[in-house]
Ligand binder design. Sequence first.
Ligand code: UDP
Length: 259
Amino acid sequence: MSRRRQIYEGKAKILFEGPEPGTVVQYFKDDASTAGATIEDADRTGTIIGKGVLNNRISEYLMTQIGDMGVPTHFIRRLNMREQLCREVDIIPLVVVVRNYAAGSFANRLGIVEGTRLPRTIVEFHYKSNELKDPLVTEEHIACFGWSSPSEIDEIISMSLRTNDYLSGLFMGIGIRLVDFKLEFGRFFMNDEIRTLLADEISPDNCRLWDVETNDKMDKDRFRRNMGGEAEAYQEVARRLGITPESGPRDLPGPTLIQ
Ligand code: UDP
């Protein structure tokens, strides 16, 4: 574990001050929690052995691919098995959910059979608040309370849809259906400019990933729904992506100056 000053501890990650100004270190824990998702039973916490290592690796891979494809992200580089260096951003207080198929609370709320393909992709916004359990909000609410500007929202929607197109294809290529996923965005201040960056993580903790052939769940729903086999499912996602983390923390170079 890092000896750096801790900024924040969330359900699945700890944020530390980075080695250079304007950077943070994300530490991936094995802890899992059902909080944040609208499920029938009470909030539950637990541990999925090895989850942090796998999510660090999976998120590194996906963020790098998405960045190369032209969507700017906060990811700089992976530091070791559980830590990655990221740009420090001001998190926009919105949870952005992209849905290709009906699932979870969405399917329940609208009375649609889970797994139904949606006529078009939906981008929805939730106000980021643990106490309020991330309530669904409209662009009217966002504008009214100034959580984000209309132009920033346009950018967020466009970045979310491009990420969805890219990830849907990437996962389809390895026999996985991208049912839905959650994104977070941040504001990065560079001289006089503000840039919107994709932040947080992209991993089976915040995507619904179903095997194309069997519809087996390969994501955190295995934990949320007490199905078991979550560590094996995360491992299988990493294996299919070709990034199983067998190399240790010493395989990487030390800190370098950030441009
Ligand atoms: N999601 C997440 N964190 C949240 C809420 C949702 O990562 O706080 C992800 C979740 O894993 C799923 C998608 O966003 O891939 C849509 O989740 P939904 O709102 O349907 O959650 P549910 O209530 O169904 O668990």
